[in-house]
Design a protein around this ligand. Structure first.
Ligand code: FPP
Length: 224
């Protein structure tokens, strides 16, 4: 969800105003996703490295996240959206951690869309932490690792691997996002700034993805 800051700067607005507009794009995208047959949507809202931004920006992002959860909880339930926040929770303010727990519980029966929001998330930190948990001796090593990774990130068990990563604002980096889970993901880098992202961008991204030839290391594409 890159580009909030640049969207705001180009209008002479504060970065917080850009993030607020970014939250509107989140709302639009969450509504559009199930209509495009997307069953899991993961949004990178706050990386572990984002703690290094000025305290005022961190504060406004946290405020926005909590407000989003509190304001959207009922709509998520009505629309069958299930929330799962991935990342660390021990560094979040207690009020935010409580809002996350409350919204996850309220939406737990949702089956229309699994909405994953990554907060205080770092794929490398998660991989390092998962590797320190004891493995199950009889299990398949990769499957067992995913179980441990899900545990340290609070991810729901059984969440499928990532199919498509969309990065906005012209940046072409992975930035510590779902490194294990996106091993065979398709990537799409779009020039649009996140606050301008809408249903048409998502629709075009899905169409682009459906036209890709995914071989997973084989010679032939898998039948979809
Ligand atoms: C990166 O762009 C964006 C973020 C670090 C914050 C993303 C947060 C939101 C969209 C708002 C709230 C989210 C939810 C789930 C309600 P940037 O700010 O670094 O933009 P820049 O690269 O133009 O400076």
């Amino acid at each position: 969800m890159d580009g909030n800051g640049r969207w705001a700067a180009s209008r002479g607005l504060s970065r917080s105003a850009g993030h607020r507009q970014g939250a509107q794009a989140v709302r639009r995208t969450v509504e559009a996703a199930p209509e495009l047959d997307i069953s899991t949507l993961t949004l990178f809202a706050f990386s572990a490295d984002n703690w290094q931004r000025p305290p005022s920006e961190v504060g406004s992002l946290m405020f926005l996240l909590q407000k989003y959860l509190d304001n959207e909880s009922r709509r998520m339930v009505e629309n069958g959206v299930r929330l799962n926040v991935i990342g660390r929770r021990d560094r979040l303010q207690p009020a935010i951690a409580r809002a996350i727990a409350r919204t996850e519980e309220a939406t737990a029966e949702g089956t229309g869309l699994l909405l994953r929001v990554a907060i205080d998330y770092s794929a490398r930190q998660a991989i390092a932490a998962a590797s320190q948990l004891p493995p199950r001796q009889d299990a398949d090593p990769a499957e067992d690792f995913v179980r441990r990774l899900d545990r340290v990130t609070h991810a729901l068990a059984g969440t499928p691997a990532v199919d498509l990563v969309i990065r906005t604002s012209g940046e072409q980096r992975v930035s510590d996002f779902l490194l294990w889970e996106s091993a065979y993901a398709e990537f799409l880098f779009l020039p649009v700034l996140w606050p301008d992202f809408d249903r048409h961008h998502l629709e075009a991204a899905v169409a682009d993805f459906r036209g890709r030839n995914r071989r997973f290391g084989r010679l032939q594409a898998l039948a979809s």
